[in-house]
Design a protein around this ligand. Structure first.
Ligand SMILES: CC(C)(COP(=O)(O)OP(=O)(O)OC[C@H]1O[C@@H](n2cnc3c(N)ncnc32)[C@H](O)[C@@H]1O)[C@@H](O)C(=O)NCCC(=O)NCCS
Ligand SMILES: Nc1ncnc2c1ncn2[C@@H]1O[C@H](COP(=O)(O)OP(=O)(O)OP(=O)(O)O)[C@@H](O)[C@H]1O
Length: 196
């Protein structure tokens, strides 16, 4: 079965685009959501996070202290590398398990990940899609969605490959500047994947 990776910079709208594919019956593995879940359920990963970033990485009720970790990793590349080295192997394992449970009648699957190219996981996909949007639009979307400052969004953008770098590794592109064209672009790609 065809495995398609889908990524895009913060606020590009990759999750929103994946919801459109889901309406066509395509199963989507949301790597970032799974990573978040593993951060509070995978005991080995949690131990690694606590010993690397301190006990304060979790509140007493077990909830992840996102602000604490984000404050460390998005200001220091070495610390971010440590977090990624803890999280990515756990997500790869979860994806393999998920893919095994997909029925063979499904024409293709999608793997949505913010760091598809950065983590190297695009190599495990047959084709990869890059969702793009103008930088100012991406920043304003995330500021609105997460109630964060432009500087905080920019700090994450700085930790991801640029769209130019990602474009070299992508096979397909979706321009998510406005809603209507996105649906048509998804339908077009869907048809191409069904014909492969
Ligand atoms: C660092 C954490 C605590 C920050 O939490 P917070 O709620 O502020 O952000 P959230 O998880 O919603 O991420 C929002 C966006 O930030 C960007 N981002 C998140 N983690 C990373 C990273 N390691 N490198 C680059 N960008 C990142 C992505 O575009 C992501 O979609 C959180 O992202 C986390 O637990 N990360 C570990 C899990 C992980 O690596 N996920 C995969 C990458 S998104
Ligand atoms: N075409 C669009 N028109 C209007 N709003 C949009 C569009 N695409 C995405 N958005 C909004 O922009 C915000 C960011 O979109 P989304 O969460 O899908 O991006 P993302 O690429 O998954 O971001 P992140 O990397 O932060 O997870 C969301 O609030 C979403 O509802």
């Amino acid at each position: 079965m065809l495995k398609v990776g889908i990524t895009g910079g913060i606020g590009s709208g990759k999750t929103t685009v994946c919801k459109v594919f889901e309406t066509l019956g395509i199963p989507v593995f949301y790597a970032d959501a799974v990573a978040k879940q593993l951060m509070v359920t995978d005991l080995i990963l949690m131990d690694g996070v606590k010993s690397t970033f301190g006990q304060e990485s979790y509140f007493e009720n077990g909830i992840l202290n996102n602000k604490h970790i984000a404050g460390i990793v998005f200001n220091n590349q070495l610390e971010l590398d440590k977090l990624n080295a803890l999280v990515h192997p756990a997500v790869f394992r979860a994806f393999d398990k998920w893919a095994l449970a997909i029925p063979s009648s499904v024409p293709y699957t999608l793997k949505e990940a913010a760091l598809l190219f950065e983590s190297g996981s695009y190599k495990m996909c047959d084709k990869n899609i890059l969702v793009t949007a103008p930088l100012t639009l991406k920043i304003s979307r995330v500021m609105q969605r997460d109630a964060v400052s432009a500087e905080q969004v920019q700090a994450r953008i700085d930790k991801q490959f640029t769209d130019q770098q990602k474009a070299k590794m992508a096979d397909y592109f979706i321009d998510n500047t406005e809603n209507t064209s996105v649906i048509l672009q998804v339908l077009d790609l869907h048809q191409q994947f069904l014909n492969q």
